[in-house]
Ligand binder design. Sequence first.
Ligand SMILES: *[C@@H]1O[C@H](CO)[C@@H](O)[C@H](O)[C@H]1NC(C)=O
Ligand SMILES: *[C@@H]1O[C@H](CO)[C@@H](O)[C@H](O)[C@H]1NC(C)=O
Ligand SMILES: *[C@@H]1O[C@H](CO)[C@@H](O)[C@H](O)[C@H]1NC(C)=O
Ligand SMILES: *[C@@H]1O[C@H](CO)[C@@H](O)[C@H](O)[C@H]1NC(C)=O
Ligand SMILES: *[C@@H]1O[C@H](CO)[C@@H](O)[C@H](O)[C@H]1NC(C)=O
Ligand SMILES: *[C@@H]1O[C@H](CO)[C@@H](O)[C@H](O)[C@H]1NC(C)=O
Ligand SMILES: *[C@@H]1O[C@H](CO)[C@@H](O)[C@H](O)[C@H]1NC(C)=O
Ligand SMILES: *[C@@H]1O[C@H](CO)[C@@H](O)[C@H](O)[C@H]1NC(C)=O
Ligand SMILES: *[C@@H]1O[C@H](CO)[C@@H](O)[C@H](O)[C@H]1NC(C)=O
Ligand SMILES: *[C@@H]1O[C@H](CO)[C@@H](O)[C@H](O)[C@H]1NC(C)=O
Length: 382
Amino acid sequence: MFAALLTALIFASAFNDVSSVNLCPDGWTFGNETSYCYQISQRYMTYAETDSYCQTIGGRQAFIMSTKELTFFSYFTAGMFAQPWLAITRNTTTNVWHNSDGTTAFSTWWTTGEPSVNGDCATFKSTDKAGMKATPCYSVQPAICRQMPALCPTTTNYGGSYSRTGTIKSPGYPDQYYNNLDCWYVINSPNNTYITLQFSPYLVERTFDYIQAYDGPNDTYPYLGKTDEYTNPRYDFESSSNVVSFKFHTDKTITNNGWLLTWNAQVYSAPINQTGQNGTFTSPNYPDNYGPYTEQLYYITAPDGFHVNVTIDDFLTEARFDVLEIYNSSTVLPNNLVANLSGNATVPWSWVSPYSYVTMRFKSDGSVQKRGFEGYWFITFP
Ligand SMILES: *[C@@H]1O[C@H](CO)[C@@H](O)[C@H](O)[C@H]1NC(C)=O
Ligand SMILES: *[C@@H]1O[C@H](CO)[C@@H](O)[C@H](O)[C@H]1NC(C)=O
Ligand SMILES: *[C@@H]1O[C@H](CO)[C@@H](O)[C@H](O)[C@H]1NC(C)=O
Ligand SMILES: *[C@@H]1O[C@H](CO)[C@@H](O)[C@H](O)[C@H]1NC(C)=O
Ligand SMILES: *[C@@H]1O[C@H](CO)[C@@H](O)[C@H](O)[C@H]1NC(C)=O
Ligand SMILES: *[C@@H]1O[C@H](CO)[C@@H](O)[C@H](O)[C@H]1NC(C)=O
Ligand SMILES: *[C@@H]1O[C@H](CO)[C@@H](O)[C@H](O)[C@H]1NC(C)=O
Ligand SMILES: *[C@@H]1O[C@H](CO)[C@@H](O)[C@H](O)[C@H]1NC(C)=O
Ligand SMILES: *[C@@H]1O[C@H](CO)[C@@H](O)[C@H](O)[C@H]1NC(C)=O
Ligand SMILES: *[C@@H]1O[C@H](CO)[C@@H](O)[C@H](O)[C@H]1NC(C)=O
């Protein structure tokens, strides 16, 4: 909560020269002292109804979080006839007053002569030392609701011609994102690369809050898809070029911790296709080091009816992160993975395919490059 408030304050100061009016939805008031949005209901209600009322309009019932908020409430409610509810109640067993988040209400924020025994819920009184006042819970009073303002980050462009990887967080992550957002993010990567996006963790209100990704700098480019598609939820996307963009949309109620995006630029390289009776293959640049974020496919196709003996006689990659995957299928199919070699894989490594084709895929990450591998193949008779 505290970190979220700080973040809000930082964003708010960045927005100072813009009009702060835009930060809150219609009908809400931006609290210049706290950078939250507030609304006092027209309708009067009992304490028990107040929080659910606030949730229907996109907020939560407010208690006093700071002296700055106390100051704000005192002029926000000044001149009001009624005293609005605060989300503060007395535990009648222990006689301790608690805020709705379970914390103890701050004892010096009571108005003069309070808390009295006259009630187990609290309202806000702006006169006579502004502060909390004990009030019977069945009393009918207005609600005072609070929500995070709709703040998108001030940066919308990430990456660049020399950036190959990065992370982006949703506003306020890991505390809480805000309601009513439509934040745009554009990522650029070096020429001749494409970009993979991976949202993890992804803690976002199902269905109503989501991300939509586009294969270019804005939504006039092809649509890549949406997180939380009801039938086909996905949290990974891949662009076809070195620019990708996405929008984070949130509706007016319910938020969550948000998301962390890791993006990577991947190097294009055309698949290496080999046919005939034999051949040799190496990792890119071998015997020099392969590059970062390399992905290289190898398709070996022998004449029908033959098998393929694949032998690797030199191998060194970064253990676990730079891998050579070998498949007994004609394309990359996870269920057909025969070997996943990395690090100091034992060589010579050799295997005979059950079919007349073999697929291999080499992938490296962004750190630690090694010389890679060298191998050969030849056809064998059934
Ligand atoms: C916020 O607004 C009130 C009323 O206009 C003003 O008295 C107060 O000084 C302002 N506070 C800050 C921190 O700007
Ligand atoms: C009041 O406090 C007691 C003792 O800590 C606790 O067991 C009880 O659950 C509390 N009641 C409410 C309504 O929170
Ligand atoms: C990337 O490609 C564009 C367009 O071809 C070119 O103008 C730019 O200089 C290239 N950038 C780099 C870093 O090579
Ligand atoms: C989308 O991006 C392209 C290329 O940057 C630009 O020419 C176009 O004006 C943009 N369209 C919108 C609606 O922003
Ligand atoms: C290499 O093989 C793949 C899979 O069979 C195919 O999609 C691709 O077009 C081939 N590329 C070339 C240059 O032959
Ligand atoms: C590799 O295949 C070619 C024909 O494509 C053949 O001439 C050559 O002898 C073969 N080499 C080996 C080592 O089998
Ligand atoms: C494949 O070829 C290698 C090198 O010629 C040989 O050592 C190995 O035994 C062969 N593998 C099989 C399963 O025949
Ligand atoms: C290969 O192993 C690496 C490291 O253990 C792992 O990250 C990768 O997912 C594996 N590849 C496949 C296709 O299972
Ligand atoms: C292909 O590889 C998969 C995964 O290792 C294995 O389950 C399957 O039996 C293999 N197919 C054949 C025909 O050997
Ligand atoms: C891999 O093997 C080489 C040669 O045996 C050795 O020098 C090196 O330390 C090994 N690396 C790792 C990570 O085990």
